[in-house]
Design a protein around this ligand. Structure first.
Ligand code: ZN
Length: 172
């Protein structure tokens, strides 16, 4: 059925012509006329009232995370090709130099939003879940530091725990 016929049916119906008579007049099946009317009435329904949008808030879910489990997961993660590739990319961008002092010896690649904090805050429990977490693999979340400068950061090792509580995200 073409659009013109559909509008003809609707106008006839609105002017008070019953569906069976419209069908007869336009040489159509009554069931087709009824179906057309139903679909057009549905399409004419006003759009549902828009709900006021809630502001986006960030909430850290504090879970009782098994520290050993997290440690083991991070250790495993660091041996995956995905991790080694991320590390290589960060090193390349930083030209294999410490971002703080320029040292080229004993350089390490650090997650700015610490890996342990990501794993905690995003409740990552497996390598598969880690692979899906974009923040872990974001190049801009990596930085090259020598071991001395790395230790000086306020997110080194256990100091990173601060971030689990505050839930700071490096999301732009
Ligand atoms: Zn350094």
């Amino acid at each position: 059925m073409n659009a013109a016929t559909k509008w003809l049916i609707r106008d006839a119906y609105r002017s008070g012509e019953p569906p069976n008579e419209i069908a007869l007049r336009l040489a159509l099946l009554e069931t087709d006329v009824n179906r057309t009317l139903r679909s057009m009435i549905k399409a004419n329904k006003p759009a549902p009232k828009e709900r006021p949008e809630k502001p986006v808030t960030f909430r850290v879910v504090l879970i009782d995370y098994d520290a050993d489990l997290r440690k083991a997961l991070i250790e495993k993660l660091r041996t995956t090709p995905l991790y080694l590739d991320w590390r290589k990319k960060v090193l390349k961008i930083d030209r294999y130099r410490c971002r703080e002092c320029g040292n080229t010896k004993r350089v390490q690649v650090d997650h700015i939003y610490p890996l342990s904090a990501i794993i905690h805050n995003y409740q990552i429990n497996s390598l598969e879940e880690a692979a899906e977490c974009e923040l872990i693999w974001r190049i801009s979340n990596g930085r090259t530091l020598c071991s001395t400068c790395h230790q000086r950061t306020d997110t080194h090792g256990a100091k990173a725990k601060r971030l689990w509580i505050e839930g700071i995200t490096s999301d732009e």
